[in-house]
Design a binder for this molecule. Structure first.
Ligand code: HEM
Length: 135
């Protein structure tokens, strides 16, 4: 199979009219100009998504049938340059940023246990020695 041409998001967004309409779905580029009038969901939604940059989410949210998905092959013209799929996008901050958020202990984190220790020691001292001297 021949290599697909790669298009920049900028180039793709320049094709968003009824005479020239491209869609970017899942990292692939589709020329749907001839399909616009036939689209069962109407041409307006496609034109809107064409101009939005990435139609992946809108396309998936509709829950297109497998017949619809397999018909997409006939409109495929290329791939999106530098595309990162939603599954691969980091859901957590990058490692370095994550490290920067490592827990930092403040003075009050130590103060309370220290206070409890001092009170407990004083109570032990009082009960052990002071009460004996009184007896
Ligand atoms: C190459 C791209 C596309 C193809 C080949 C395609 C094809 C189809 C087909 C065949 C249907 C009939 C129902 C089905 O079989 O699932 C349909 C319905 C529909 N499509 Fe698309 N579609 C495309 C892109 C989009 C996009 C980008 C949107 C944007 C939201 C969209 C929105 C809809 C809606 C709203 C319906 C109507 C659903 C319903 O009536 O239940 N489609 N499409």
């Amino acid at each position: 199979m021949a290599e697909l041409k790669s298009f920049s998001p900028d180039e793709i967004s320049r094709h968003a009219t009824t005479q020239d309409c491209w869609l970017s779905i899942g990292g692939k580029v589709y020329d749907v100009t001839d399909f616009l009038e036939e689209h069962p969901g109407g041409e307006h939604v496609i034109l809107h998504e064409s101009g939005s940059g990435d139609a992946t989410q809108a396309f998936e949210e509709v829950g297109h049938s497998s017949a619809a998905i397999s018909s997409m092959k006939s409109y495929l013209i290329g791939t999106v340059e530098g595309y990162i799929s939603g599954d691969q996008k980091p859901s957590k901050p990058a490692t370095t940023a994550y490290r920067e958020q490592a827990p930092s202990y403040s003075f009050s984190d130590y103060l309370l246990p220290l206070l409890v220790l001092v009170v407990a020691s004083a109570a032990w001292y009082y009960l052990t020695f002071y009460s004996k001297t009184k007896a």
